[in-house]
Design a protein. Structure first.
Length: 102
């Protein structure tokens, strides 16, 4: 029975951390090449909920402080959470990941 040497945990963890840090640095440097596209993407992801928030808050204030029982502060809470969930769950369609299949 041959016993294979066990890798020490510290070097394994260190190599995994190094891998993820290197991957993160590479991804960030890759994204800096497309700064304008990133700015437009971020603007689009933030502008839509801000516009909805302004419109619904204005409507709520003009109708005596609420619309269907929802106040402007509740609209704000909803759109803040919606923006966070939307940004966390971004999924791109087939045209955006087709190159991975090739």
């Amino acid at each position: 029975m041959s016993a294979q040497p066990q890798l020490a945990q510290a070097p394994r963890v260190r190599s995994i951390v190094d891998f993820y840090l290197t991957t993160m640095r590479t991804a960030i440097s890759s994204q800096f090449q497309y700064r304008v596209a990133q700015y437009f993407y971020m603007l689009g992801m933030v502008a839509e909920p801000v516009i909805y928030l302004v419109v619904w808050s204005t409507i709520a204030r003009s109708h005596g402080g609420s619309v269907g029982g929802i106040t402007p502060s509740e609209f704000a809470a909803y759109y803040i959470v919606w923006t966070l969930v939307r940004n966390i769950n971004v999924v791109f369609g087939a045209p955006f990941w087709e190159w991975r299949i090739r």
